[in-house]
Write a protein that binds this ligand. Structure first.
Ligand code: FES
Ligand SMILES: [Fe+2]
Length: 390
């Protein structure tokens, strides 16, 4: 049995592929030291949710928007994040910023949707902001004599653009340090060069399951044959086998493709792990990056209004941006397949776990030694929350 509970990580290279092949050959997986017991309160206690929001989700840099989605000056996206409206906008000089999308007059939303805009005009009384969030127009200005427009731009949130994402802290005035946040994962995440990818699409949907349970579904392949048996996910991968490496709070997992076994006898073998397995990162606290040889799925999961509800956003970026309709259609059909696996398979299964969490009287869940990635998620978040496991 392999026990990997270490922060000594293998760089993403041939060594990871060799580890994965050895696991497949031996019919095993990276394993945690013991079974982990997780009290149901971790998922259903409203007090835990309050602390998650206050101490983690509203204080930690979240990779809210991919660079590729707002690549040009004046590109913008409005997103609902933990119940508030956030505008991410790239200004005329190419600087991306994040704002609370609330008008400084009486609070309506100046921006909606996404696209390209030099100006955002509030629909209520037509106060106008530029793409850097500055207030540039007040109709009937004499009604606001003495008000300095430069003090009444949109409230900016701390943000940084790094490694192909615009990272945002949801609390105005709070510090932000994305390098510190990524810690040992910083260099590896940078090596993917996600800023060069092509943004394709995304879909958002609610689900009746705790947000952490949602993320945990992307940290084990134990469920693959049962939930994904007939789809692209189950068909291409070796079930219940994964390489796990913790990078501080974050982790990387490799889920070997079936064809990895061919490497053993091939003198010209391609040991590049990105071609031999799905490489999945959990970016603490709420983002999963699921890489295939052609692109990356962005799976962002945040709590809903009660502990057993969440909001899932499932986006896709292709490694090589589409340059014509045919290429775009190819990526779209790929996205449809993986989105079907997420929405019709994972998130059709998961509400039943939500029901078990809500109504169960069995005190705790069991997370197996083989579910080492799930154990990592639970241990990291429980430690941040001072939540006692066991
Ligand atoms: S609320 Fe925006 S202009 Fe009045
Ligand atoms: Fe799944």
């Amino acid at each position: 049995m392999t026990i990997t509970e270490t922060t000594d990580t293998t760089p993403l290279g041939e060594g990871v592929t060799r580890r994965a092949l050895a696991l497949v050959t031996d019919g095993t997986t990276d394993m945690a030291a013991d079974v982990l017991r997780v009290p149901l309160g971790y998922y259903r206690d409203p007090a835990v949710l309050v602390r998650e929001r206050r101490d983690i989700l509203e204080r930690t840099p979240l990779a809210l928007i991919p660079t590729a989605q707002v690549s040009m000056p004046h590109d913008f996206v409005v997103r609902e994040v933990l119940g508030r409206s956030v505008l991410v906008s790239r200004d005329a000089d190419g600087v991306a910023r994040a704002f609370l999308n609330y008008c400084r007059h009486r609070g309506a939303r100046p921006a909606e949707g996404c696209g390209s805009a030099r100006r955002f005009t509030c629909p209520y009384h037509a106060w106008t902001y530029d793409s850097a969030g500055q207030l540039v127009g007040i109709p009937g200005e004499e009604g606001f004599a003495g008000i300095d427009p430069t003090d009444h731009g949109l409230v900016e949130l701390p943000s940084e653009e790094r490694h192909g994402f615009i990272w945002v802290v949801l609390t105005a005035g709070a510090p932000i340090d994305v390098v510190g946040h990524l810690g040992p994962l910083d260099a590896e995440l940078g090596a993917w060069d996600y800023a060069s990818y092509g943004y394709l699409t995304e879909q958002e949907f609610p689900a009746a399951v705790n947000w952490k349970n949602g993320l945990e579904a992307f940290a084990e392949s134990y469920h693959f044959p049962y939930v994904h048996g007939t789809s692209v996910i189950g068909q291409n991968t070796v079930a219940n086998t994964s390489v796990h490496d913790a990078f501080g709070h974050h982790h990387r997992m490799g889920f070997p493709f079936n064809w990895i076994t061919a490497l053993a006898d091939d003198p010209n073998a391609d040991w590049d792990p990105t071609n031999q397995m799905g490489i999945i990162y959990w970016i603490y606290p709420n983002l999963v990056l699921a890489n295939s040889p052609v692109g990356v799925e962005l799976i962002d999961i945040l709590p809903g209004n009660d502990p057993v509800s969440c909001v899932v956003r499932h986006g896709y970026m292709s490694k090589v941006p589409a340059t014509n309709d045919e290429e775009r259609a190819g990526y779209e059909s790929m996205y449809e397949q993986v989105h079907m696996a997420v929405s019709d398979e994972d998130f059709t299964m998961l509400p039943s776990c939500g029901d078990g969490v809500r109504n169960g009287q069995h005190h705790h869940m069991l997370i197996g030694r083989n579910e080492i990635g799930v154990q990592h998620l639970v241990r990291v978040l429980a430690a941040e929350l001072d939540f006692e496991l066991g």
